[in-house]
Design a protein around this ligand. Structure first.
Ligand SMILES: [Zn+2]
Length: 353
C-alpha cells in the first residue's frame, strides 16, 4: 500500500474519532489530521488535501476486502510512526475502520496474555509437553473464563501462578500477564503438588457413559450417584452442586458449567483403567471399603443375620455361607464368595499397584 485515498468526509470523521481513541495526552484536531495523513502514506495533511483534489475517481468507497488487506500494514505503520505498542495501534485501527471491518477482523482483540499449561492439562490441548498459549482478549475476563475459552475445564486447574504469586481463578485477566497453570498432583522445582479439589465428604456423581466405573467405585465402597439414562447434563451439574459431589465425566463441556465446583475428566476409556485412574487421582487406594455400598442402587450395606435373609437366598447359599450383607435401600443381599471373591482379588491388585 502506497497511499490510501480516503474521501474528505471519511478523513474528517476519522480525525475526530482518532481524538477520542488517542491513548496519550489530548490530541488536537489538526494533529489528528497529521497523524492520519502520515498513516495513509502522505507527507502531511496538506499533501493529502492537494492530492485528493486531483483524484478523478471517487475515493469514498472502501471495501471490506481492501481494508482487510491493508489492516496489518496500517497497524504496523501507526505503531512505528507514533512509537506505540502494537496492541494499542491495533485497537485504534480497528476502531477507525469499524464500519468496514469484516467479522474476521472484528475478532482481533485488544490485549494479550500468555498462559503456560503444565502436566496433564496438555491433554486438552492435544499436546504432550508444557505448552504456552498467547491468548488475545478484550475487556477484563476472569482467568477462569479465559482458561475455559482455551479449552480446559476449570475443574482441572489446581493452581494458578503469576510469577511466584498464587492467584484465584476469579481474578480478572490483565494485559501482558504471564500465567502458569498447574493441574492437581503436579510438582516441579517451583511448586509443591496440590491435591485435587474435593468436598469434605467424598461422594461422586457419574455421567451416563461411566456405568462400569460407577459400579467399580461402589465396589470399592464409594458413594456414587449414577443414572443409566434420562438425566440431562443440566441435572447432573445441578446434583453435583447441590449434593457436593465430584462429577466424573468424559464430557468437557459438562465440566465447564459454572455450577460445577468439583469434577474430573476421566482420561481412560476402559473401565479397569478408569478405576485405577480415579483412585490414584484422588489418592483413595488406602481408603477402600469393599462390601459397604450396594452395587445396584448405591444404598448402604449392613451386616444382617442369615435367618433374616434366608427367604431371599437362592439354592444352597444359606447352608454354604454365614456372613451376609443387606442393602437397606433395595433389599439386595450380598455374601462372601462368588463375585465378591473376584472383586476382592481385583481390589487387592489395585491397592498394591
Ligand atoms: Zn441396593
Amino acid at each position: 500500500m502506497n497511499r490510501l485515498f480516503l474521501s474528505k468526509r471519511t478523513f474528517s470523521q476519522q480525525a475526530k474519532k482518532l481524538q477520542n481513541l488517542w491513548p496519550y495526552q489530548s490530541l488536537k484536531l489538526t494533529q489528528a489530521r497529521e497523524v492520519l495523513a502520515q498513516l495513509y502514506g502522505f507527507r502531511n495533511a496538506h499533501q493529502y488535501h492537494s492530492l485528493i483534489e486531483q483524484q478523478t475517481i471517487s475515493s469514498s468507497k472502501h471495501t471490506e476486502q481492501q481494508i482487510h488487506q491493508h489492516f496489518p500494514l496500517l497497524v504496523a505503520r501507526l505503531a512505528e510512526q507514533q512509537n506505540m505498542e502494537g496492541q494499542v495501534s491495533k485497537y485504534i485501527i480497528k476502531n477507525l475502520w469499524s464500519q468496514y471491518i469484516a467479522s474476521e477482523i472484528q475478532q482481533w482483540k485488544q490485549f494479550q496474555s500468555h498462559f503456560t499449561f503444565y502436566g496433564n492439562l496438555n491433554d486438552f490441548l492435544h499436546n504432550t509437553t508444557t505448552t504456552t498459549i498467547d491468548y488475545s482478549f478484550d475487556g477484563s475476563p476472569s482467568v477462569k473464563d479465559s482458561i475455559e475459552a482455551i479449552g480446559i475445564p476449570h475443574t482441572e486447574v489446581a493452581q494458578v501462578l503469576i510469577g511466584d504469586q498464587a492467584i484465584d481463578l476469579n481474578t480478572k485477566l490483565e494485559n501482558q500477564q504471564q500465567l502458569s497453570i498447574y493441574p492437581a498432583n503436579y510438582a516441579n522445582t517451583h511448586i509443591k503438588p496440590c491435591p485435587p479439589h474435593k468436598p469434605a465428604e467424598l461422594k461422586f456423581i457419574l455421567d451416563v457413559h461411566l456405568g462400569k466405573l460407577a459400579r467399580s467405585l461402589r465396589m470399592c465402597g464409594f458413594d456414587c450417584l449414577y443414572y443409566s439414562q434420562d438425566i440431562i447434563d443440566e441435572n447432573l451439574a445441578r446434583l453435583s452442586a447441590e449434593e457436593d459431589r465430584i462429577l466424573l465425566t468424559r464430557d468437557i463441556g459438562l465440566l465447564k458449567r459454572s455450577n460445577v465446583t468439583y469434577g474430573y475428566f476421566v482420561r481412560n476409556t476402559r473401565a479397569e483403567q478408569q478405576l485405577e485412574e480415579v483412585l490414584s487421582y484422588y489418592d483413595l487406594k488406602n481408603k477402600l471399603a469393599p462390601l459397604s455400598v450396594c452395587l445396584d442402587c448405591n444404598g448402604q450395606l449392613s451386616s444382617i443375620h442369615k435367618d433374616k435373609v434366608a427367604r431371599l437366598l437362592p439354592g444352597n447359599v444359606a447352608s454354604e455361607y454365614d456372613e451376609f450383607k443387606h442393602c437397606q435401600q433395595c433389599d439386595k443381599v450380598y455374601w462372601e464368595g462368588s463375585h465378591f471373591d473376584n472383586m476382592k482379588k481385583s481390589l487387592s491388585k489395585i491397592a498394591t499397584t
